[in-house]
Ligand binder design. Sequence first.
Ligand SMILES: [Zn+2]
Length: 258
Amino acid sequence: MKIIITITLSFLLASLAYVKKALTPWALIVAFLFSCLITYLGGISCFLMLATVFLLTLIAGKIKTKERNAKIKSLHSKGSQKNLASIIANVAPGAGCLIIYKLTQNNLFLVVYASLMAEAISDSLASDIGILSSKKPLNILTLKRSTPGLSGNISLLGVIASFFGSLIIALIYYIFNLNFPYFLIITFCGTLGNFIDSFLGALLQVKYECPKCHIITEKEEHCNCKTNLVQGLKIFNNDVVNITSNIITGFICYLLII
Ligand SMILES: [Zn+2]
């Protein structure tokens, strides 16, 4: 019975992703497998957290304004479809956490899983909603105004969105487990995780300058010419930053609850 429910729920989620063209084909297959693993090991509550992260990311990504589209187009190396690396970066640490939960039968790992999901949604809401902010964002390291859409930026609107994202995941945990201290820790860790992500993004993530228009971008090409590396390490793209901040957030959460 459990396996039928697991496959049905994951199939529904994957179908939605397929219809909405949210994922590339390989990402879709791997996301379906991760969803099966997460639901089978963690149960309905873990599935609901995953589905919420997915749905909110989908909705936030659809908020379209002319300005936002222009900003994103010139800055990011990826299109709107999430690829395989992005799915692995966001879901693998959580799935790993549930494998440890199953092996150790230690309920604390469910709290860590929830914190990781909270961080995932915090991160996407902070960037997708934060970019709508009318004020220019600040670079988290220099605290100077920065080009909207770049990694390492923070804005008040983004921080508020990230807090509410974490709160929703924490609420799902609370409904199933009725533990208020853990509810607070999940909200805190999710929001903190977003700051860690911005911090790592500002510190390490690769940035290029266009030789023609001098815009700072994450693209390797701009205005039809090759951009110059101005900061960061080439291997630290958005996915590597995501998975690193996920792992750090997971450790912080674990240290807070043991
Ligand atoms: Zn340019």
